[in-house]
Design a protein around this ligand. Structure first.
Ligand code: IPE
Ligand code: IPE
Ligand code: MG
Length: 237
């Protein structure tokens, strides 16, 4: 059983394997995406029950535009429909929703729905759910640097702290635990800066099959890790 006293504050997840989950069942890839929404719901519940403060999920990467246009279109519609369907439930559960990424490329109606959902849930504090959409770690670092330069920050004033505070997720502590489902062992341009000292956990389970016991396994694994942050073991005791 996981230990309540040493829960990660922030869990970040690459929700991968929807397409393969569907293919295994002779279903179209999009069926896997639709089922993936249920896994997000379960994971939110699991985080709420454990008192985890921040959950960040990778929903659509900067590179996912390279997929067939029908799949991209389905994902956009699914995002819109899920926002419309779930925002009230998020709000009732005191969840603050943040959508992070270059949303300017989305349809105006989707952009409006994102703004509305974020506004409605802005003062909630049980859990901060961040959905990374048209997000890329490289985009994030670039937009932070541009923001600082635009504000007249010169080379000498460019510090780690300044850059970190201009990143899209500056309101959250860096993730303690990174989970990637679907078997691939890569970051795929997710939170490049913020994952510097995050504990990494990979599972072959496809995202639509991810449930509370999978979340529990990841947290238990996290709790066996010694986080040294460059120090020696001896210095930690
Ligand atoms: C992750 O599942 C969902 C998105 C990237 C939107 P995939 O669609 O990448 O599923 P696989 O990797 O093809 O199985
Ligand atoms: C990463 O998954 C992006 C999301 C989960 C949204 P991909 O399936 O797109 O990653 P790659 O392309 O296989 O690395
Ligand atoms: Mg994939």
């Amino acid at each position: 059983m996981s230990d309540k006293r040493v829960m990660p504050r922030h869990i970040a997840i690459v929700m991968d394997g929807n397409g393969r989950w569907a293919k295994k069942r002779f279903l179209p890839r999009i069926a896997g995406h639709a089922r993936g929404v249920e896994a997000i719901r379960r994971t939110i519940e699991g985080c709420l029950a454990r008192g985890i403060e921040y959950l960040t999920v990778f929903a659509f990467s900067s590179e996912n535009w390279n997929r067939p246009s029908e799949e991209v279109g389905f994902l956009m519609n699914l995002f819109m429909a899920t926002l419309e369907k779930e925002t009230d439930r998020l709000h009732a559960n005191r969840i603050r929703l943040k959508v992070v990424g270059d949303t300017s490329r989305f349809a105006p109606e989707l952009q409006d729905a994102i703004v509305r959902a974020q506004k409605k849930t802005a003062d909630n504090s049980a859990l901060t759910l961040t959905v990374c959409a048209n997000y890329g770690g490289q985009w994030d670092i670039l937009q932070a640097a541009r923001h600082l330069i635009r504000n007249g920050i010169g080379a000498e004033e460019m510090t780690t702290e300044r850059l970190a505070s201009s990143l899209a997720l500056s309101y959250a502590p860096d993730p303690d635990l990174f989970i990637r489902t679907g078997g691939e062992k890569r970051i795929s341009n997710f939170l490049l800066w913020q994952l510097a000292y995050t504990e990494l956990y990979f599972t072959d389970t496809y995202w639509p099959d991810f449930d509370d016991s999978e979340l529990e396994k990841a947290i238990v694994s996290f709790q066996t890790r010694e986080r040294r942050f460059g120090k020696t073991s001896e210095q930690l005791v």
